[in-house]
Design a protein around this ligand. Structure first.
Ligand code: F0G
Length: 455
């Protein structure tokens, strides 16, 4: 592979704190073996998420000084509106404080009690908002996505046969919309192909069903299309991003990922009537429709970040760094989800700890052990994250993963080496690792605050 060297140099640094094994043991105990409950100060390399953890560019920082902090009609809102039209092609914009703010509004507008909401795998907040609005989520991702070893290049694809089955069973009018995510976070950052997006568009047009995009990591998906899908090698990421959006009716967006900011999001729409309702509702939950819970400076930084996200050299380095880490882990024999996805490495905890049953939380256990070794913070993406259905039964996802999420433009190649070596050390002593039991379970999105104890 050719060079993915960072296309930037470092102008300001934040010092990292090292901890001793003793300190980490104590911190983990206090956090109830949940990496979400660790204090950031006790973490050496933080791979909990790529959300809001990005380093902004000097140009974005200069945009922060240009915040027009007017309650209504801030000029930064108009800059954001221009960026959304220009880069994504959507007609109407409703800013929100982050992605889930947009998900809440979209779900409340589009979903009636008992409606079916098909999606290419779920995302935690997205599905919960759909359920709170009375919808019933159905997974319509292709089967390959649930197999951590399948090397199918577009494991995020929608299986239209599964959608057709739902239409047959419930009727097209019962389908609120199809929620398509690019890339698919919980499948391991797996992309959707353009061919699949086109097919979804064609099918839904015939049936009169709307397609709503979760475009949180769309530029990363575009990079995979450019690299792997026939006919896209000579297209720019910007062109591919726009084409993806053109096959959809609207989108929710968390600016905290692709758009290289620490906070922000939006709902984008092509349909004036839905927009009108959303603009009405945003006032209730987020703030006036020209700021949606954001400061003017946040909207400015996000508009600039949107343009930076579709730069070729940026995306090549961003995903190149993820690939570098994944290749290194594989050399050490660590079982990871393949193909490597866009925003991080997903270690297969079922294969790593085959002696720990899913009810003893293998991924939660492994994330805790990774922290103990060198202070690297990762995240469980398995049975704890999956939560319970509306009947109160635990979902049992096929994938039991630990996510090593890479913040954008934050860590260096040497950090990637440290991460791979630490994971390899834990792998060496995997047979001595025992599972956990849950001793506190919150009602919503339990993974954030649940507490555990050693068996
Ligand atoms: N959709 C996807 C695919 C996401 O990954 C996220 C957030 C959201 C929607 C919600 O956006 O956080 O701005 O409200 N994912 C973060 C993560 C939290 O760590 O994967 P948000």
């Amino acid at each position: 592979r050719d060079s993915w060297a960072e296309p930037y140099k470092i102008k300001m640094v934040e010092l990292l704190k090292m901890t001793t094994a003793e300190q980490r043991k104590k911190a983990l105990q206090e956090a109830g073996f949940n990496t979400f409950l660790l204090k950031s100060e006790d973490v050496y390399i933080d791979l909990l998420t790529d959300s809001g953890t990005n380093a902004m560019s000097d140009i974005q920082w200069s945009g922060m000084m240009l915040g027009d902090e007017a309650y209504a009609g801030s000029k930064n809102y108009y800059h954001l509106e221009d960026a959304v039209k220009d880069v994504y092609g959507y007609k109407y914009l409703v800013p929100t404080h982050q992605g889930r703010g947009a998900e809440n509004i979209l779900s409340q507008i589009m979903i009636k009690a008992g409606d079916i909401v098909p999606g290419n795998m779920y995302f935690t907040t997205t599905r919960l908002h759909q359920e709170l609005a009375g919808g019933v989520f159905h997974d319509v991702i292709i089967d390959e996505a649930h197999d951590s070893e399948s090397d199918f290049p577009f494991k995020g694809n929608v299986d239209l046969n599964k959608v057709e089955k739902l239409v047959q069973e419930y009727g097209a009018e019962k389908i609120a919309y199809i929620c398509v995510a690019v890339t698919v976070n919980l499948a391991g950052g797996q992309p959707v192909s353009m061919e699949n997006l086109k097919a979804v568009r064609k099918y839904t047009e015939e049936k009169g069903i709307k397609v709503m995009l979760d475009m949180t990591r769309i530029a990363e998906n575009a990079y995979f299309i450019q690299q792997k899908e026939e006919g896209f090698r000579l297209k720019t990421i910007a062109e591919i991003v726009k084409e993806i959006c053109s096959y959809t009716d609207g989108a929710t967006f968390s600016g905290k990922k692709d758009a290289l900011v620490n906070i922000g999001g939006f709902l984008a729409l092509n349909d004036y009537d839905i927009f009108e309702e959303a603009r009405n509702m945003v006032v209730v939950y987020e703030g006036l429709h020209t700021y949606g819970g954001l400061a003017g400076r946040d909207m400015e930084a996000m508009s600039i970040g949107i343009y930076e996200s579709v730069q070729e050299e940026h995306m090549k380095a961003r995903i190149g760094q993820v690939f570098y880490l994944g290749d290194k882990m594989r050399e050490f024999g660590v079982p990871i989800v393949t193909p490597i996805g866009g925003h991080g490495i997903f270690v297969d905890a079922k294969q790593f700890l085959p002696h720990v049953s899913q009810d003893d939380f293998p991924a939660q256990t492994l994330a805790a052990e990774i922290y103990l070794d060198a202070g690297i913070r990762t995240m469980e993406r398995g049975i704890v994250s999956a939560g319970r259905n509306s009947k109160g039964e635990n979902y049992h996802p096929k994938l039991e993963l630990v996510r090593f999420t890479i913040p954008r433009r934050v860590y260096t190649q040497a950090h990637m080496d440290v991460i791979a070596e630490s994971t390899a050390r834990v792998y060496e002593r995997r047979n001595q690792i025992k599972g956990l039991k849950m001793i506190y379970e919150p009602k919503y999105l339990r993974f954030f605050q649940a507490r555990f104890e050693k068996h």
